[in-house]
Design a protein around this ligand. Structure first.
Ligand code: SF4
Length: 363
């Protein structure tokens, strides 16, 4: 803990909280800050940040968990692919237990489907090389942090001449829903705790339209307790000064230009498309699809399957939770019918889901 301890210093935290308290006193109205990163959601719960803040600052969780925002129709598509005898589904672990309309990959695996958890898209490429008689479909779910690695896997597969590695693409980009939610009068978002990992790729400039067009303060913030308190203090300053801007609290990781190399590989392989977000609906140009020259790697275009009509669980409030309009404890299924062992909705499955965070750390 030698290095992390510096970001968990109790005395510094107390001083930051005193400063935040003075800013709240100075402010003429309450402030609502939204985080749009599942790791922030977990960190806020784990470190009890919400409970430390003075009245007058409210933290709400937005659509920061990529597994959670992936619509039920995508899970149904993956299930339909898994049911074919000639497909291996390769995925990060969180997707396996996300409920679809009538099944999940976990259920299909129990019935004999070949569903494998991998730790990198390159593991899926290796699988395709090892088992050439099967099609290996990697579930491409994630924001700008994950997408470059998937683009790299597509290029690696192309270089190796593999014709049995494909992806089922549901990649998304985060600024689109931030703009949608910042424009929602019901939410009254005073500022964004901008995601740390994603910002390491897209850089601070990606948030400038939110500042210029919607006057929303943005602070890229790290994950440790002092990072989060400092990020909140910076946002409160911006609100009081009435001078929205993009600031970078996490400058030890996030560079002024982000990661141009990662963006270049992402842009080489993917292009923007409209995308459906669970709870929010369709947002123009907020998704990524494989460019035409990479269509041979696109499972949606290469493998025909019948997909059942999407049906959400009627009692699940994931959609409202992902918009920051309600909290897990307002869901009547929370902790009773819906638990991490037996999840009803995606927000309880994912290790970054708001319901999972509340279940694990909530008091
Ligand atoms: Fe959905 Fe379960 Fe969360 Fe309720 S507690 S919103 S059912 S994931």
């Amino acid at each position: 803990m030698k290095y992390l301890d510096a970001f968990r210093d109790r005395e510094v935290a107390v001083r930051l909280l005193e400063r935040i308290g003075r800013l709240v006193t100075e402010a003429s109205c309450p402030m609502t800050f939204m985080e749009v990163c599942g790791t922030h959601t977990m960190a806020i719960h784990q470190h009890g940040i919400r409970g430390l803040l003075p009245e007058g600052i409210r933290l709400i969780s937005g659509p920061g968990c990529p597994v959670c925002v992936t619509p039920v129709g995508y899970v149904d598509h993956a299930v339909a692919l898994a049911r074919r005898g000639d497909v291996i589904i390769a995925t990060f672990g969180d997707m396996v237990r996300v409920p679809g309309s009538s099944s999940s990959l976990h259920n299909e695996k129990a019935r004999g489907a070949d569903v494998r958890i991998v730790y990198s898209p390159l593991d899926a490429v290796a699988l395709a090389r090892k088992i050439p008689e099967k099609k290996v479909v990697f579930l491409g779910v994630g924001f700008e942090t994950t997408t470059p690695t998937v683009a790299g896997a597509v290029l690696a597969s192309q270089s190796a001449g593999l014709d049995n590695f494909l992806i089922l693409c549901a990649h998304k980009t985060i600024p689109g829903p931030m703009a949608v939610l910042a424009s929602d009068p019901e939410l009254q978002v005073s500022g964004y705790i901008c995601p740390a990992h994603v910002s390491a790729i897209i850089g601070p400039a990606a948030y400038q339209p939110l500042v210029d067009e919607l006057n929303v303060p943005c602070v890229i913030t790290g994950f440790e307790p002092l990072d989060m308190l400092q990020g909140i203090e910076m946002l409160a300053h911006q609100v009081i000064e009435n001078r929205p801007r993009t600031e970078n609290q996490y400058s030890r990781i996030v560079r002024a230009d982000g990661n141009p190399r990662a963006r270049a590989i992402m842009e080489q392989v993917f292009e923007p498309c409209d995308a459906i977000w669970r709870g929010i609906g369709e947002i123009p140009a907020s998704g990524l699809r494989l460019r035409d020259e990479f269509r041979a790697f696109d499972a949606a275009r290469q493998i025909a399957v019948d997909i059942e009509p999407p049906v959400e669980h009627p009692g699940c409030l994931c959609g409202e939770i992902l918009k920051g309009k309600t909290t897990p404890r307002n869901c009547p299924l929370f902790g009773t019918t819906c638990t991490p062992e037996d999840p009803v909705g995606a927000c309880m499955v994912s290790s970054e889901g708001t319901c999972a965070a509340e279940y694990k750390y909530g008091v």
